[in-house]
Design a binder for this molecule. Structure first.
Ligand code: SF4
Length: 327
């Protein structure tokens, strides 16, 4: 492991200044992903800037939003009673993330920025364009059961690993980012990038910027939401496929649908076309089956993951049925 220095900061200004003094410095909060990457030689850093003491762990309900500070622990968000009542899709996504021990340590901001779980990325013995641009992708010709069926490129086929990000994508969350002089807000849809020719660039976060909070708009349909995760074992495992659904239903007619998929693309995959198809349709099994078929129209499986197509269809029908039954 590369030697590094360590600094604690107590203000956002100091945190950003500290990072901008050294281009090989990185923020650390829970460290549940970063330390593993450093130990495995996947990521190096000269300096760790500890942001755990920043005043960014508040969970607030304003007139129009739920605002979650970036260093809030996953366990604190998951156990928040008002979030459980009003945003079940967030609670369920968190309860199925990692393990209780990791959720006690990991932060919301860190969760959104965790790196991909592609085994070839995490083993420096293999070529990986995300780790070292231009050297090739071992997964494309290797074992790619866990990889993407949407949004991949010839340079990278890894999937985004966060459950929380999928739930937040279905709810149109906004990410607040602090830079040296300015604060800006970015829709979660724009925040994550597809790999294209630059798989090493995963988000719109610029060097030296800090995520300070996540805001989720307050819509009535947030209550009518559900997160379904399909994985190889029921604890401490990443999604083969996951579905976040929120529905607005009046007298058995779908007024609006909000759907995001996880485990299938390099970013949380919003099913925009499926949402349009569902709008104005009656809640019934045929509607959900048509939606499922439409959702996988553009899927492009890898050699070992064609099974994800059927899994997406079944998971989506199940998640829609669960929410419809509550509506
Ligand atoms: Fe690297 Fe992406 Fe290929 Fe995995 S899929 S080896 S992360 S380039």
């Amino acid at each position: 492991m590369q030697p590094f220095s360590y600094a604690q900061v107590t203000s956002e200004t100091d945190a950003i200044a500290s990072l901008n003094q050294d281009e090989n410095a990185v923020f650390i909060a829970g460290g549940t992903d970063l330390l593993g990457l450093m130990k495995d030689g996947v990521q190096g850093a000269n300096k760790l800037v500890d942001i755990n003491n920043l005043p960014l762990a508040e969970i607030e309900f304003t007139a129009n939003h739920l605002r979650i500070g970036a260093v809030s622990r996953l366990s604190d968000v998951a156990s928040h009673r008002k979030i459980q009542e009003n945003y079940p899709v967030i609670t369920q996504a968190l309860q199925q993330s990692a393990s209780p021990q990791l959720r006690n340590m990991a932060t919301v901001g860190g969760n959104l920025l965790q790196r991909v779980r592609c085994g070839y990325f995490r083993d420096p013995a293999f070529p990986c364009n995300k780790r070292t641009p231009g050297i090739g992708c071992a997964a494309i010709t290797g074992y790619n059961r866990m990889h993407a069926i949407f949004g991949a490129s010839e340079h990278c086929i890894a999937v985004h690993p966060s459950d929380l990000a999928v739930a937040l994508t279905a709810l149109d969350a906004v990410i607040w980012i602090q830079g040296i002089e300015t604060e800006r807000r970015v829709s979660i849809h724009d925040f994550y990038l597809l790999p294209g020719e630059t798989p090493d660039k995963e988000t719109r976060l610029q060097p030296g910027e800090l995520i300070v909070a996540i805001e989720i708009p307050d819509y009535l349909y947030n209550k009518q939401s559900h997160y379904l995760k399909v994985r190889d074992r029921t604890s401490y495992e990443f999604a083969l496929v996951s579905v976040a659904v929120a529905l607005e239903v009046e007298e058995k007619i779908i007024k609006s649908a909000h759907i995001a998929l996880g485990g299938v693309a390099p970013k949380p995959w919003r099913a925009w076309e499926t949402e349009k198809l569902l709008q104005g349709k009656e809640v019934n099994a045929a509607t959900f089956r048509d939606a499922a078929i439409a959702t996988v129209q553009e899927a492009k499986p890898q050699q070992h993951n064609e099974f994800k197509i059927e899994l997406v269809k079944r998971a989506l029908v199940r998640a829609l049925s669960v929410v419809a039954a509550k509506s």
